[in-house]
Design a binder for this molecule. Structure first.
Ligand code: BES
Ligand code: MN
Ligand code: MN
Length: 460
């Protein structure tokens, strides 16, 4: 029997154990956004490192950063073979609103073939898939077909503030041939995919102040500006009715969609009607002249992520709020630059703000968009591996989400990335009832095992 077949046989009989182990990983509330979970985040890094030692990785260590540690491990015994740099994240999103979870977020539960827990899909479950593929190779043949370096960060969900510096200051240690990431959904249930593009991001906050304290809206209304109202007027000027962003210069560097991409995407099994139904959307909207896939994958957007002003409790209160706040972010596409866009937006917001309010503009985090040509041999190898793991040829997709380090890997290390994710579009990432399909988890482990094998045959 060929080596890889033994590895796959091994994986097939371990199904239940894999789910049980993943449940332990998911039990650690490694919420990077919340200070009260700081100790849990570190405990999760330690658990991750221990797991990496158990499966047979070497040189496993926590590498400190000014924030949460990066977990590193490698296996470099495949002389002459390619080297994978695997990246993922062990931190997770907060769980609120907690009332909407059907089972506790950190007590992973299988229902109807889905494993429900915070981090199941984003990203612990998908990281774990690779752990188990590595373990199977090492247990079955004492070696991997490729060299492997793994870095897992604990700050992805809060903007990866320390990761770029880490990559820049560990260039030699991270030298490899290709980056592999599983941190994205597949196109649809039964339609595995490889993602060749991600959007970038600029995240900002706008604070307005109209007076030094809340005021009686009867005594002062009409004479003093209402920051809630002013903010609404400002936001209303950020996009026109056709979904076009009105920031001057915003579209200057946007790479237009190619006809080839538009034709390919039009052939994907996607129904706008079903999409509307799945997510309870009364009617779809967006930039005129583009389909839903084009709008989310290849066109930039500006969104209000949060809005706060005045009295929002039950009942009524006649008040003129002193302050108003909005969190506003923009998803970017090649070749938009986050710093440049942030400056254009800041200038525009300053122009929109009337003299009746005090404005504070804050730039938060950001990241560059990314796109790769999909005819590179690593993508081809991934495609063959997924085909074997899922009995289905993967389709090529772009995604609307962001993984800022992907462009850093390209720019700083000169490395291409292969993004093969096995989540699903309705996985509820960042939302209540996050889940991972157990069958996809299993198919992902087999595909990963095949992928390492395929990479060992990629020509130098
Ligand atoms: N796994 C996602 C990125 C993702 C989402 C890729 C959907 C493809 C499709 C990642 O954990 C994430 O949430 N990223 C943030 C980045 C931000 C905090 C800089 C995002 O996209 O909002
Ligand atoms: Mn993720
Ligand atoms: Mn995420």
């Amino acid at each position: 029997m060929e080596n890889i077949e033994k590895v796959v046989d091994f994986i097939n009989v371990q199904r239940d154990r894999y789910v049980d182990e993943l449940k332990q990983y998911l039990a650690i509330p490694s919420v990077s956004a919340l200070p009260q979970h700081q100790a849990d985040v570190r405990r999760c890094a330690e658990w991750t490192a221990e797991q990496m030692r158990k499966i047979g990785l070497q040189n496993v260590k926590l590498m400190e950063t000014p924030g949460n540690p990066i977990v590193y491990g490698d296996w470099l015994g495949a002389a002459g073979a390619k080297t994978i740099l695997f990246y993922g994240h062990y931190d997770v999103q907060p769980v609120d609103p907690i009332d909407l979870w059907e089972s506790p977020p950190f007590d992973a539960t299988v229902r109807d073939g889905e494993l429900y827990a915070r981090g199941a899909a984003d990203d612990k479950g998908q990281v774990f898939m690779h752990f188990k593929a590595i373990e199977a190779h090492l247990k079955q043949s004492g070696k991997l077909p490729v060299n492997m370096k793994i870095i897992l960060e604990g700050e992805e969900e809060v903007g990866s503030a320390n990761l770029d510096n880490f990559v820049k200051s560990h260039k030699d240690e991270l030298a490899a041939d290709v980056v592999v990431i599983s941190d994205s959904p597949m196109f649809a249930r039964g339609v595995p995919s490889i993602c060749y593009g991600l959007r970038g991001l600029v995240y900002t906050q706008i604070d307005l102040r109209g007076s030094n304290t809340d005021l009686h809206s009867g005594s002062f209304g009409g004479a003093v500006a209402n920051p809630g109202f002013v903010l609404a007027q400002m936001i209303a000027q950020m996009k026109d009715r056709g979904g076009h962003i009105k920031i001057p210069g915003f579209y200057d560097d946007v790479v237009p969609l190619t006809q080839e991409e538009r034709d390919a995407w039009a052939k994907l099994p996607f129904s706008e009607k079903q999409y509307r139904k799945d997510f309870g959307v009364p009617k779809l909207q967006g930039e005129t002249g583009y389909t839903t896939l084009e709008r989310t994958w290849a066109r930039p957007t500006l969104e209000v992520n949060g809005l706060l002003s005045g009295f929002t409790g039950e009942g009524a209160k006649t008040v003129l709020p002193a302050v108003a706040m909005a969190k506003i972010s923009m998803r970017l596409v090649p070749n938009q630059d986050p710093d440049k866009i942030a400056s254009l937006f800041e200038d525009y917001v300053k122009k929109l703000a009337p003299k009746t309010v005090e404005l504070k503009f804050t730039r938060m985090h950001g990241g560059k968009p990314w796109m790769t040509s999909f005819d590179n041999p690593f993508v081809q190898a991934a495609s063959r591996a997924i085909e074997k793991g899922f009995n289905q040829t993967p389709v090529l997709t772009r995604e609307g989400g962001s993984i800022p380090v992907v462009s850093t890997f390209q720019e700083v290390l000169g490395l291409p990335s292969v993004l093969f994710g096995v989540g699903l579009p309705d996985e509820n990432a960042h939302a209540p009832n996050e889940k991972l399909d157990v069958g996809n988890f299993h198919g992902g482990i087999i595909s990963a095992a095949y992928f390492y094998d395929e990479l060992s045959r990629v020509a130098p």
